[in-house]
Design a protein around this ligand. Structure first.
Ligand code: 5FU
Length: 252
């Protein structure tokens, strides 16, 4: 029987960026490819969630600009938990401007993303140069958005191919968001994950973790509302973690 995908160990050999390697190390150590998206607007609720699920995730994804009471004591505390429980912090900022503006948005303002995030997401609508000269720390990585999970996304095959090519050529890019298999030298992140929902009423589409690994060649599943809105986020996180891990192992 032929292997259908390469293992995390093999993938780690192909990834040169330290934060990409670190993410894979965490995944192997904790046996989890689950990234939880904590789309909550109060720090208290984010920290409560993190304390419940921290052991089960390899990454915590934030939209830091939705937080009402953002502060550096929150960030410092989150950073501390992320080190204790061993997961990375992803800021889903989806930068999309020219390089000089992207750079300002990364380093300045209230959130000073580059001072704490391990990984930041970027759109490449402005072209390959928009993610050059960002002056990010060497231990911070970028995830490009090639193809979103949403219904009616505007990206076509040509656009997606171009984003993937730029992603491969830029050493600061560790991976991408796409709804299809990509080159083994990129980590593939899959949002839009739910056990039974197919879409929500605001245009996001969902697939089961099994589909993510089997059909899309995913490396990491990103789960938001299915976990943080549930009655028992701890139990749900464990269920998505198990489903993601089993789905990965089944493809080997
Ligand atoms: F790049 C993408 C994408 O293509 N789809 C997404 O849904 C990012 N997302 C994010 O993942 C979105 O902004 C949410 O933060 C999260 C999905 O949350 P959900 O509650 O699981 O739908």
């Amino acid at each position: 029987i032929q292997n259908k995908r390469i293992s995390y160990e093999e993938k780690k050999e192909k990834i040169s960026h330290p934060i990409g390697k670190k993410l894979i190390d965490i995944t192997l150590k904790k046996k989890t490819n689950l990234i939880v998206s904590a789309d909550l607007i109060d720090t208290k609720n984010i920290l409560k969630l993190v304390n419940l699920i921290g052991d089960r995730i390899c990454g915590l994804k934030l939209h830091v600009d939705i937080i009402n009471d953002f502060s550096y004591s929150f960030i410092n505390y989150l950073k501390k938990i992320s080190e204790e429980k061993n997961f990375l912090l992803l800021e889903d900022r989806k930068l999309g401007d020219v390089s000089s503006t992207n750079s300002l948005q990364l380093h300045y303002g209230i959130h000073k993303i580059s001072s704490w995030a391990d990984i930041v997401t970027v759109h490449l609508l402005a072209g390959s140069m928009s993610i050059q000269n960002l002056n990010i720390p060497s231990n911070m990585g970028l995830i490009t958005i090639s193809e979103m999970s949403s219904y009616g996304k505007l990206s076509n095959d040509n656009y997606i191919r171009k984003v993937l090519n730029i992603s491969l050529k830029n050493p600061e890019v560790i991976g991408t968001v796409a709804q299809r298999k990509v080159d083994d030298r990129l980590l593939l992140f899959t949002p839009g994950i739910h056990f039974y929902k197919k879409e929500n009423n605001v245009g996001n589409r969902y697939i089961h973790p099994i589909q993510a690994f089997k059909e899309k060649g995913s490396d990491f599943i990103i789960v938001g509302k299915a976990i943080f809105l549930s009655e028992n986020p701890k139990m749900m996180a464990e269920e998505y973690r198990n489903a993601g891990w089993k789905a990965y192992e089944n493809e080997l």
